[in-house]
Design a protein around this ligand. Sequence first.
Ligand code: NIG
Ligand code: FE
Length: 413
Amino acid sequence: MSLLIINIKELLQVRDQHILQVSGKEMGILPTIKNAFLLIEDDIIRDFGSMDNCPNKTPDRIIDAQGKMVLPTWCDSHTHIVYSGHREQEFVDRIHGLSYEDIAKRGGGILNSAKKLQKTSEDDLYEQSIKRVKAVIKMGTGALEIKSGYGLTVDAELKMLRVIKRVQDNFPIPIKSTFLGAHALPSEYKDNKQGYIDLIVNEMLPQISKEQLADFIDVFCEKGYFNLEDTEIILNAGKQYGLTPKIHVNQFNTFGGVALGVKHHALSVDHLEELNADDINSLIGSQTMPVALPSCSYFLSIPYTPARKLIDAGLPLALASDYNPGSTPSGNMNFVVSTACIKMKMTPEEAINAATINGAYAMGLANEVGSITKGKKANVMLTKAIPSYHYLPYAFGDDHIEMVIINGTPINY
Ligand code: NIG
Ligand code: FE
């Protein structure tokens, strides 16, 4: 199958060379080609360029993109999209003045979702989750990371990870799986944190490794959850099973978790709503991608990750959704990109780089997706007719996407 898109008003995120990420000032540059063509063969980007050089062969299908833009699909490197039920009562409680921490302390929050998930069958969990997966692909997400962490027992964590595996097997986009057993302390272990850490290390990890259910290991490194010492034990254990660290850190407090992530060669450190100079210094010269989750800041009314400080220090930054029932019940990456521009003072160029190539890096997929590069997967989206690409984040809340193409095939969910 070949598909030729012609007369593209502007083809965005064009990279001749395979690059892994962009950082600092480079984030402000979004390479584009105006009046362009894009040739897809089977599931691969075969060629692109100016319409002046458009190949003159007859493809199986031609799309005339007059007035429209084409860009790579979003790479959402941080989600908890597999979950059971929802938590709108906590949302209302927060409107009435309770904080996210207050709710967690009285057994709500992550433990509330864990209770629901433990009672949900694997099939039901799969059916609930794929509705969301289809919805985010329709909104332009073409690569995804999904975490466990709402199981918190051996059986329920395995159930979650098996559902993630089923999602991987049944959807055409690349999906990475993360084991986040250390998401919260289950109530049975409330006075025995070491017991739960032992369960993660001695029972969950060996089984997960045996069934090859995870690529990454994650920990919620935060006051009231897992401290630096706990985090280090769990990351080390995960590494012994070949899992790469990726941590939740600095959501509410700063106490050295970022440096710990860097020390353990974490692929990414995520959240970073609170960030001090030591955190930034520890990231300089590292291979660790900082990841901001602006929809979470928006929903919880907490600070936004200081993107300017990171980028102005020469660092890269990725944007992800954090889609989950408690802090971010939305997987809309278009909203993430707009919010990053509006609230974090990222330029549209920086935000698009952060949500494509840098997001791909943050889940180890930068060789496959995240840019318009020959040989990469043909996961691209066609916008409606819009005046410029700045219009994408500017006209926030509007649906600008006309077509999402995954592996060279338009999706029709
Ligand atoms: O990334 N911060 C920890 N975990 C999730 C939220 C979990 C929940 O509230 O259910 C997050 O925001
Ligand atoms: Fe998260």
